[in-house]
Write a protein that binds this ligand. Structure first.
Ligand code: KG4
Ligand code: ZN
Length: 443
């Protein structure tokens, strides 16, 4: 029977907590599907935190697979992980960017490469899964080779391969996982399956070597809004998630309705035009102001913006470049007003999350903000003010490491390898796509 990716310590954070709470046997397999990793609620209020945290911790320990009987090569890799010679190739293909990077255990980024699918966004207004898969398949070999060439390394110089296994678009994930398995198989390297959102969170520890657990994390991307207390690698208490859309999706949708140039992405386009707008010109309501929890909602705001755009008779098919000065100003005002309210919602939720997190662990001293939307300058400034108010430090990775990238996956791989959490290389006689045939069994 062919091997597949095994459930790993990163997974209890999201939906797979339930699975992780069960004993996951060494032969258990992890489903590669976007829905398996989204929007589950682990914790609704801080009152139940300690027991939940305890369970999560216990589950994490159970689900970790440490190969004490594994071939010496693996143990050596894990043991050596604090030495600079250990280098991990990270592969990321969960959505619309094909990314790879080589990072060392002492935090040096040796080489990176990335191919973006921006044209698909421009032509189709969003990600088309099968087309995205095809584009990943076209780019993956070149991206991996380029990352290695930039690092001046060969595959044989690597210590391990890390790859995003979810959440994401299944056919896209498959491209990355197939490539990772093939490199690991041929070079007999340990393989680390990485949770995309955990990678977004952990990359902060690459940038900020003094960032110790526990810390609060706000993850804001195209598909997720998550507030967590990170207690350790693979050990998270979820304070809040979105009940409908994620903030990045709201940015993208608003940018599309406003007819912005999407070549650089909806979020960056909206941030740019908002600079010219009046943020108080449209009095959109801040979501969930009366609800005293840490969850998010962006569907209502998206709808308010759509109605405003319709009432102003803005034609999304008429590009900004051809719009009149008055029309351009109107679009900028809507963009600025949307952005202000979208971020006010983040500020509200972070204030409460800080209170909750301090009840869970009074030693938390940092708020990490990561994921694509964390590259927004207004988000960074406003959340910087919130953390200052509360005597916390704000840590945002540099913008290029907030959006999807290979570095975060490689670094998450190093964090796991250090703890001895990895899978052995696939069998030498495993066909390239055999792992797909036995896609799932989590007992
Ligand atoms: O983490 P990410 O690169 O991919 C996902 O995991 O989804 O996040 C992508 C999201 C997109 O919705 C994109 O529009 C948004 O992040 N984004 C931004 C900015 N840069 C990227 N949103 C607002 N302002 C930005 N500067
Ligand atoms: Zn992401």
């Amino acid at each position: 029977m062919a091997t597949t990716l095994r459930a790993i310590a990163g997974m209890p954070m999201i939906d797979s907590l339930a699975a992780a709470l069960r004993q996951i046997s060494p032969s258990a397999f992890l489903r590669l599907s976007p829905s398996s990793c989204t929007n589950a609620r682990i914790l609704a209020s801080p009152t139940t935190t300690s027991s939940y945290a305890h369970q999560t911790h216990a589950a994490t320990k159970k689900s970790r697979t440490v190969y004490s009987l594994a071939p010496r090569q693996f143990e050596a890799a894990a043991a050596e992980c604090d030495r600079e010679v250990v280098s991990v190739l990270g592969i990321e293909t969960s959505c619309d960017d094909t990314c790879a990077a080589v990072v060392t255990a002492d935090g040096r980024i040796l080489g990176e490469a990335q191919v973006s699918q921006a044209n698909m966004l421009v032509h189709y207004g969003g990600v088309v899964p099968m087309l995205a898969q095809e584009l990943h398949a076209q780019s993956i070999d070149q991206v991996v080779e380029e990352a290695l060439a930039n690092a001046r390394m060969l595959q044989t110089d690597l210590s391990a391969i890390a790859v995003t296994i979810g959440p994401g678009i299944s056919p896209c994930l498959r491209v990355g996982v197939t490539k990772a398995r093939s490199i690991a198989r041929v070079n007999r390297l340990p393989l680390i399956g990485v949770h995309h959102m955990e990678a977004h969170a952990l990359v902060a520890r690459l940038m900020e070597h003094k960032l110790h657990f526990p810390f609060i994390v706000l993850l804001i991307s195209g598909g997720h809004n998550l507030l967590l207390v990170a207690q350790n690698v693979g050990q998270y208490v979820q304070l809040g998630t979105t009940v409908d859309d994620a903030i990045g999706e709201a940015f993208d949708k608003t940018a599309r309705l406003l007819g912005l140039d999407l070549r650089k992405g909806g979020g960056p386009a909206l941030e740019e035009i908002a600079l010219q707008g009046n943020p108080t010109s449209f009095p959109f309501a801040v979501p969930m102001r009366n609800q005293k929890h840490c969850n998010f909602s962006y569907a209502g705001l998206k709808n308010q913006v759509r109605l405003a755009i319709e009432s102003q008779k803005i034609n999304e098919n008429a590009p900004m470049s051809l719009a009149s000065a008055e029309d351009r100003q109107m679009r900028a005002d809507i963009a600025a007003s949307f952005q202000r309210v979208a971020i006010l919602h983040l500020e509200d939720r972070c204030r409460r999350a800080i209170d909750w997190a301090r009840k869970i662990d009074p030693t938390v001293s940092c708020l990490v903000v990561s994921g694509g939307v964390a590259s927004n300058n207004v988000v960074r400034t406003k959340l910087g003010a919130v953390t200052k108010e509360h005597g916390l430090q704000l840590i945002c990775p540099p913008p290029r490491l907030c959006t999807d990238n290979g570095v975060m996956v490689a670094w998450a791989g190093i964090e796991h390898l250090r703890l001895g959490i990895f899978d052995p290389p696939p069998h030498l006689d495993e066909p390239a796509d055999a792992w797909e045939l036995v896609f799932i069994t989590v007992r």
